[in-house]
Design a protein around this ligand. Structure first.
Ligand SMILES: Cc1cc2nc3c(=O)[nH]c(=O)nc-3n(C[C@H](O)[C@H](O)[C@H](O)COP(=O)(O)O)c2cc1C
Length: 245
């Protein structure tokens, strides 16, 4: 089976934490990882809490937990990567336990900062994490203090089959949001102001995020506001003569 790597938490006691996973299941071509034991799982929870404290200390206004794209928390959520037979594997409740513990710990130290949780709402692969499961996890995450579920998809297995096109993940956000019961955002090939506005108007998501359009045009937000006729109080003084009128 093929799993994706995840960003390391650093070296500790001579062994890197980033070769530890829910189960000893290797991503294509990579060496076999070590399954986390109970102490290792507690260490991951503590590392997330410490990272949140550092982020707050550094002045960040918003925190986001990454539970998507094949990183560790996603590996726990998916039955393709989580083969454990303890309280962290098997049932959905067990597979979600680590994410929910981390949400509680981070919420407890993050004050008023909004807490976002990015999830992959499907693995795009047979036998993987599903949108239905994701909706249930989103409910639990919100009940524990997540303010917004940032709905992405995929990234866990190399054999995923994704059909990519404009707004391709918006239906997943709508499935998580379920008419406003759970705050959810949409991301993925949302590249134009009117397209983004339509997602919100349709009630498919509470917010939209964009990645590549911001790389192409760092002033995408200013352009979108202008195209939608919205006032946006951002223009740096040295740019004022260049603003749209
Ligand atoms: C160059 C690049 C780097 C990215 N890095 C990350 C990342 O570190 N973490 C993450 O969650 N998503 C990452 N993404 C995915 C984006 O956050 C976003 O979900 C994805 O690109 C789909 O949205 P878009 O079509 O608006 O770009 C990256 C995307 C690109 C193009």
């Amino acid at each position: 089976m093929a799993l994706r790597g995840w960003a390391g938490l650093g070296a500790r006691r001579g062994r890197r934490l980033d070769d530890r996973r829910p189960s000893a299941v290797a991503f294509d071509g990579l060496s076999e990882p070590v399954a986390l034991d109970a102490a290792g799982i507690d260490g991951v929870v503590a590392a997330f809490r410490d990272a949140a404290l550092r982020a707050i200390d550094a002045g960040f206004d918003v925190l986001e937990l990454h539970g998507a794209h094949g990183y560790l928390l996603h590996q726990f959520l998916s039955p393709l990567s989580n083969l454990r037979d303890d309280e962290y594997g098997g049932t959905l409740e067990n597979r979600a336990r680590l994410l929910l513990r981390i949400i509680e710990e981070v919420r407890a130290v993050s004050g008023d900062a909004p807490l976002l949780v990015r999830i992959s709402a499907t693995d795009h692969a047979e036998g993987g994490f599903t949108a239905e499961e994701a909706a249930t996890v989103a409910d639990w995450a919100t009940a524990r203090g997540a303010d917004l579920i940032d709905v992405s998809s995929g990234g866990l297995v190399a054999h995923q089959r994704i059909t990519v096109g404009p707004g391709y993940q918006v239906p997943l956000a709508a499935a998580i949001r379920r008419g406003g019961r759970v705050p959810a955002s949409a991301v993925g090939l949302i590249t134009a102001a009117e397209q983004a506005e339509q997602v919100l108007r349709d009630g498919a998501a509470d917010a939209i995020f964009a990645g590549r359009e911001w790389l192409r045009d760092p002033h995408f937000g200013l352009r979108a506001a202008h195209e939608l006729g919205a006032e946006i109080d951002y223009w740096p003084p040295q740019y004022l003569r260049a603003r749209w009128r």
